[in-house]
Design a protein around this ligand. Structure first.
Ligand code: MN
Length: 263
């Protein structure tokens, strides 16, 4: 690699909706002017696969065209393959999305889009997970503005970096955003239902259903920002420790015997 090409940052673009997703194409287009954008994405829909990793099957990689790779695995597999072989050098940034539908509040725990950003963070690479609400008939009207926001965010991350162990969870409304709000992770209200049907042989099967989830109106929360028409940016980290709870259950430890008292 020449010094000239090394100066161009490599940006890994992935998602969980699969290589044919429109959101992936828009995201690649949004960042293309800022570096060498390399797409490494699942060859099919992998939504709600969370942080799953393929350990018991081979991974196949198909080069569709220059800098576009389809992988027979999860978003986490794609980030791993990118960082450990497919990319010409270590990426400056991983961007994941644009997911069809928001990843707000508790959605984060299911999201393959967000998990790709988590995986990058675990490997010490800056990352953004990007999603868009799906409530409007004509999403295209919002693309120009959304791409401008993404470019601005990526430029800031490339120029200033992110705090240690931090990635950004970015959510856009369906319509062009009214502005950008820094938010914290909110709280979903899921209306989960199990739908039972019978297959052609008379055996029951089940479908996870329910209405689109609501949310609790909390100050500065991600759900509220998107509901109000703003782009939401939440800095997330991977330390899930509930520090308040440490003191609440600290007295438990005294009831547990030392090794020599266990017999
Ligand atoms: Mn998805």
């Amino acid at each position: 690699m020449t010094a000239e090409t090394a100066a161009v940052p490599v940006i890994l673009v992935t998602n969980d909706d699969g290589i044919h997703s429109v959101g992936l194409q828009i995201l690649r287009e949004a960042v293309a002017a800022l570096g060498q954008a390399v797409v490494i994405a699942p060859d099919r829909e992998q939504s709600a696969t969370g942080h799953a990793m393929t350990l018991h099957a081979p991974l196949r990689v198909e080069r569709i065209r220059p800098d576009w790779y389809a992988v027979s695995g999860t978003p986490t597999d794609c980030v791993n393959l990118g960082l450990h072989g497919l990319l010409p050098c270590a990426p400056a940034l991983v961007v994941s999305g644009i997911n069809k539908g928001c990843n707000l509040a508790d959605d984060i725990t299911y999201s393959g889009t967000v998990a790709a950003a988590m995986e990058a963070t675990l490997m010490g690479v800056s990352a953004l997970a990007i999603s868009q609400d799906l409530l409007h008939d004509d999403q295209k009207a919002s693309y120009t503005c959304m791409m401008r926001y993404i470019r601005l965010l990526v430029q800031k991350v490339l120029a200033e970096g992110l705090p240690a162990d931090t990635f950004l969870n970015v959510n856009f409304p369906a319509l062009p955003p009214l502005g950008l709000r820094l938010t914290r992770q909110g709280k979903r209200i899921y209306d989960k239902q199990i739908i039972e049907k019978k297959d052609p042989r008379g055996r029951p099967y089940y479908w996870l259903g329910g209405e689109p989830p609501g949310f609790e109106r909390q100050q500065d929360c991600d759900c509220g920002a998107v509901a109000d028409g703003y782009a939401s940016v939440t800095p997330l980290h991977l330390d899930l420790t509930n520090y308040h709870s440490l003191s609440a259950i600290r007295h438990w430890t005294q009831d547990f015997p030392a090794e020599q008292d266990c017999h």
